[in-house]
Design a protein around this ligand. Structure first.
Ligand code: GLS
Length: 818
């Protein structure tokens, strides 16, 4: 094995650095410092190493001359960095000892760190897992994102209703892991006009004269390669006003107006848009997107040219991966630079850009497919709009050539959507302008080919790929579940941390009684840890011997948290009204944020909270049924909940969840999935086998057939008594004493509202599947075996494998070890 940071660790020097930062950065002394100061000083001391390695990696000629990938994403939901970095650096034990000598407990210090919540949900978390795997696998990479001042809002409940508060993720003293890079700052323009001029060679050229300029400041976070010497940057751009601000206005003596541009510029990266799987089309959001793209593309070109490479070789050395359509404007931005600044011909510019960009589609939901009004685009980015029209003109030419006279095809494939207001379809722009497009799970990719882009698939054969998502085993097994990690390593060694497929070796212990006991003992300890957390933070007592049934993800109708709620209501009803009804004690655990503007999602949260309040305090129920809605779901909470899960709820309407990644995390940690044939559930089932998963509900084709035929939720409501009784519990004042109808919004959406996600259609089958789970849990031995097999057979879902798939099939990238 190569030399690693670990072997160079010098405890005395490290402790001296911690002392130095306590005094110089935090103005305190070891005798006076609180946990907060100790934690920061420790991080500053550790960041010395990561910053040095980041620079060394960046300067390494091997890296400069290697082909690399640039991962552009508006979201990186990185979570706390310290624990994970310690593991990657191989310093966890050493630093535990070094801090203990200061009288500080490392685990407690790690709990001090705020989560940088620079993303909404799965899409942002995937980007973070991918960065971890790029560094672990040593594929040269730079992540490009935004340095939001406020991350995803903090959630609390007031009488069961979601409240939002701003999330300040950085300390007043700064965030120790990041380093500012003023020499990498970029200027970014907006608005203004396009001008035609004749250059020195007498050629007609076009150029954009922006009306507003801002500055993009670069902040680098270190992405530390596991057990190697590579540290790649996650480069986050912060928007700042350019100084001196608007001189023109200043000269007019209009001091306040001059400040206004400062305020406007400062607003651009103030806050992350809190929408998951939903496009709101706000001007400020488009400005964020362009700001992100302009800074990132400029930086990619800067790196490329600084390494001595010709612009003509860009596509040979750089691949730019667009994480969803959010960074699509990078395409016209690169073209603009190649055309207007490098004065390449269209064909030459296009040859470069169309071989540089690749695009990942993360959703089929129509409301999430971004479009931007032509007028807004023309006002904000006039030159880019021209270039988009030029791309479309050529695309329409290709379509007309392939399907002569087929107006319908032109209409469908056009980047410009006609209508009262013309709009730019960002997904079409992506498919037309990239060399590879991928879906995120096998079934999702099939649906992209079959339903979303069938014509594009014909027009550009071979462009559409599948790369099934994955999760990093470092954070989602080794770090979050140290007890299970130790048990696994005691049986099969530690190779699984870098090669998750090795978990297969556990299969041979699935029938071993001792191993089953050890495995369930670890699960119990993790459930106890969550139980303690809930008691301490929510004042609620739950029983760690009950089934922990977990649904943690963004709140969305398609994810069907209300299907879960209906099942809970049915259990409650039966426990009270049916003396013969028996069930294993169960704790239903939810954690979820709703987009602040998504009213129904917030109503569903309210309903779950109100039902929980009643059930948890109903003496007739006792310990048998509990419902816990943990507020402020975030990465660090997931790290406590996932290892404690017995049952993983993955119950989206078939065809709606592109992949899911929580499903992978929980299965990996030994939870059994109850799920629909949707997203990556399909592949999890393939891996674990039908006997080790609880599949229920309509499949995609059945969903589509039912909808085509005309779905009527009342058909189910009228014919299924348990369903009717459960749903009607929401109508009265059972859970809101004295205030009947308060929970009606949820019920209404499922009946008169038409039940767009077929909750009622899947209810009966879901209840049955839950019955099978209840029965199975009664047989602890066979449950243990199933849980072990889930851990053993989920190696496929490592993001290391996803990244190797991208590297081999899309990016054509080689690893560079240093
Ligand atoms: C999402 C999908 O909804 C998830 O199914 C998927 O796992 C994730 C990562 O590919 O991307 N798309 C989205 O807009 N938010 C997501 O979480």
């Amino acid at each position: 094995m190569k030399s690693t940071v670990n072997k160079r660790f010098n405890k005395t020097a490290f402790q001296a650095a911690v002392n130095k930062y306590l005094v110089t950065k935090l103005a305190t002394l070891p005798e006076q410092a609180d946990a907060h100061a100790w934690r920061l000083a420790m991080e500053y001391a550790l960041a010395e190493t990561t910053t040095m390695n980041l620079l060394a990696t960046e300067q390494d000629p091997k890296i400069k001359n290697a082909r690399s990938v640039n991962y552009l994403s508006l979201e990186f939901l990185i979570g706390r960095l310290t624990g994970n970095n310690l593991i990657s650096m191989g310093l966890y034990e050493e630093v535990t000892v070094a801090m203990a000598e200061f009288g500080q407990n490392l685990t407690d210090l790690l709990e001090e760190e705020r989560d940088p919540a620079l993303g909404n949900g799965g899409l942002g978390r995937l980007a973070a897992c991918f960065m971890d795997s790029l560094a672990a696998e040593e594929y040269p990479a730079v992540g490009y994102g935004l340095h939001y001042e406020y991350g995803l809002f903090k959630q609390s409940f007031n009488d069961g209703r979601q409240q939002e508060a701003p999330d300040v993720w950085r300390d007043e003293t700064g965030y120790p892991w990041e380093v500012i890079r003023p020499e990498l700052a970029q200027k970014v323009g907006f608005y203004g006009k396009v001008e035609e001029y004749t250059d020195n060679d007498g050629l007609n050229q076009r150029r954009w004269l922006p009306g507003l300029q801002v500055e993009g400041m670069a902040w680098d976070l270190p992405i530390v390669g596991y057990n190697n010497n590579s540290v790649y940057p996650l480069r986050l751009w912060e928007c700042r006003a350019l100084a001196p601000f608007s001189l023109e206005r200043f000269d007019e003596g209009n001091y306040v107006a001059a400040q206004a541009s400062h305020i406007q510029a400062g607003n651009l990266t103030k806050v992350l848009y809190p929408n998951d799987n939903h496009d709101k089309g706000k001007e400020l959001r488009l400005m964020q997107q362009y700001f992100h793209c302009a800074c990132s593309v400029a930086d990619i070109l800067r790196r490329h040219q600084a390494a001595g490479h010709s612009i003509l070789d860009l596509a040979k050395l750089e691949s730019i991966q667009l994480n969803d359509t959010h960074p699509t404007i990078a395409i016209p931005e690169l073209l603009r630079i190649l055309l207007d600044e490098h004065h390449l011909s269209w064909d030459d510019a296009w040859a470069i850009s169309s071989k540089t960009f690749a695009y990942t589609n993360h959703t089929l939901l129509p409301e999430a497919l971004e479009t931007w009004g032509e007028q807004l685009m023309t006002t904000l980015l006039p030159r880019h709009m021209e270039i988009i029209f030029d791309i479309n003109l050529r695309l329409m030419g290709e379509v007309a050539h392939k399907w002569p006279g087929d107006i319908e095809k032109l209409r469908k494939l056009s980047i410009i959507q006609e209508g009262d207001e013309r709009r730019v379809r960002m997904a079409n722009l992506c498919v037309a302008s990239t060399y590879a497009v991928n879906g995120v799970a096998a079934m999702h990719t099939e649906l992209v080919k079959r339903d979303l882009f069938p014509e594009f698939n014909e027009l550009f054969p071979g462009r559409l790929h599948n790369v099934t998502n994955g999760v990093t085993p470092r954070r989602w097994l080794k770090f979050c579940n140290p007890k299970l990690s130790a048990l696994i390593s005691s049986k099969i060694g530690t190779g699984w941390i870098k090669d998750l497929g090795q978990l297969q070796k556990l299969e041979k212990f699935a029938d071993d009684s001792q191993f089953q006991m050890d495995f369930m003992c670890v699960k119990k300890a993790n459930k106890q840890r969550l139980t303690d957390w809930v008691a301490e933070n929510m004042g609620l007592t739950i029983n760690p011997d009950a089934i922990f049934d977990v649904q943690i993800k963004r709140l969305h109708e398609y994810k069907r948290q209300h299907l879960n709620l209906l099942h809970i209501l049915s259990l409650y009803h039966r426990l009270i009204n049916d003396a013969d009804f028996k069930m294993q004690p169960r704790v239903f655990i939810f954690a979820s944020k709703a987009a602040p503007g998504y009213e129904l999602a917030k109503e569903i949260i309210f309903a779950i909270n109100k039902v929980a309040e009643k059930i948890n305090n109903d003496p007739r129920i006792g310990d048998t049924l509990k419902v816990v809605f943990i507020p402020d779901y975030r990465v660090s909470l997931a790290e406590i909940i996932i290892p404690a899960a017995d049952v993983s709820e993955q119950i989206s309407t078939a065809g709606k969840e592109a992949s899911g990644t929580g499903n992978m995390k929980m299965a990996l940690n030994g939870a059994l999935t109850v799920g629909t044939m949707d997203g990556a559930n399909v592949e999890i089932r393939e891996e674990v086998g039908d006997d080790n998963i609880f599949i229920f509900g309509l499949n995609v084709d059945e969903v589509q057939a039912l909808q085509a035929k005309g779905y009527n939720p009342y058909d189910y409501y009228n014919s299924d008594q348990l369903l009717r009784t459960s749903l009607d519990l929401l109508a009265g004042d059972e859970f809101t004493p004295g205030q009947p109808g308060l929970l009606n919004a949820t019920r209404h959406s499922l009946l008169a509202g038409g039940d767009p996600y077929l909750v009622l259609a899947d209810f009966a089958d879901y209840v049955q599947a839950q019955g099978r789970i209840d029965k199975q849990y009664g047989d602890q031995k066979s449950w243990a075996k199933m849980a072990i097999l889930n851990t053993a057979r989920n190696g496929k879902f490592s993001s290391d494998r996803s990244i190797r798939d991208y590297a081999n099939n899309i990016w054509q990238l080689n690893a560079v070890s240093r």
